[in-house]
Write a protein that binds this ligand. Structure first.
Ligand code: MLT
Length: 262
């Protein structure tokens, strides 16, 4: 584990291997452990950097943030450790941060991996749902949020066929501090819609989604694929929103294919 003091907080990250930097950003309410099956194989050829975003995992912080400020944290970290230009990958909320990064720091980017994510902002119904979950986090804590999210996170067959994946995921979600959950929900609620920006993304881009992703379904991935000029869409069968944990080898292979195209 490595740490770096960035923008008034200490960011914790795992760094392995050498070569082109490949940076991985987790989703909500998760941490870098979701990439455990990708870090090792990718690090044989690349410099892999899996970061705990501010407030998540080992990056302890009580300060609120936005998708833009999280992107700024990542950019400051990567510049501080000489890891730009990089290939940036993000799952779900990590994808929102990756898109914010692509928009602000295009020169620091060599490639993009948008995994189980979307470009659209929240609908008014979505925003109301965020408020309900903020209230739940405040009144009942992280476990209640994890319990509510769990049924949507995985393909229906995953808990049956891979109970250890479901257990790992539950443990990671329960470990997320309730205050970070509140901050992240507010930040996702208020994030920009990035749809109009997609045609300006000029780097090779992997768009990957679990076929049974109930949170950011394949039609959202298809919509991004239609707008990003140099993108390739990969749909993973028998995977839900957590495809890197549910189908690790397939996800790693898709990443390796993008990286080989650079
Ligand atoms: C995530 O997986 O990061 C979140 O569920 C995304 C979201 O709620 O928009």
């Amino acid at each position: 584990m490595a740490e770096k003091s960035i923008n008034g907080t200490t960011l914790s990250y795992e760094e392995r291997g050498s070569g082109v930097p490949v940076v991985l950003l987790h989703g909500f309410p998760l941490d870098r452990r979701i990439w455990k099956d990708q870090v090792d194989p990718l690090s044989k050829q690349y410099r892999v950097i899996a970061v705990d975003l501010r407030g998540f995992g080992q990056s302890k912080s009580n300060t609120p943030f936005t998708m833009k400020s999280l992107a700024e944290d990542i950019c400051s970290l990567l510049r501080a450790i000489n890891a730009t230009p990089c290939v940036l990958g993000g799952l779900s909320m990590g994808g929102y941060v990756a898109l914010a990064f692509a928009r602000e720091y295009q020169k620091d980017l060599r490639g993009l991996m948008l995994i189980d994510t979307r470009a659209e902002g929240d609908t008014s119904e979505g925003k109301a749902g965020r408020q309900k979950m903020i209230d739940l986090a405040r009144t009942s804590g992280s476990k209640a949020v994890a319990d509510q999210m769990m049924p949507k996170m995985l393909a229906p067959s995953t808990p049956k066929n891979q109970p250890a994946v479901a257990q790992d995921l539950q443990r990671i979600m329960e470990a997320c501090p309730a205050l970070t959950i509140e901050h992240a929900l507010a930040a996702m609620r208020d994030r920009d819609d990035q749809t109009a920006f997609l045609p300006s993304i000029s780097v090779p881009t992997l768009i990957l989604v679990g076929q049974e992703d109930a949170i950011t379904p394949p039609k959202m991935a298809e919509a991004m694929n239609a707008q990003i000029p140099r993108s390739k869409l990969v749909i993973i069968p028998d995977a839900g929103h957590m495809s890197p944990m549910e189908k690790p080898q397939e996800v790693t292979r898709a990443m390796q294919e993008l990286l080989a195209r650079l």
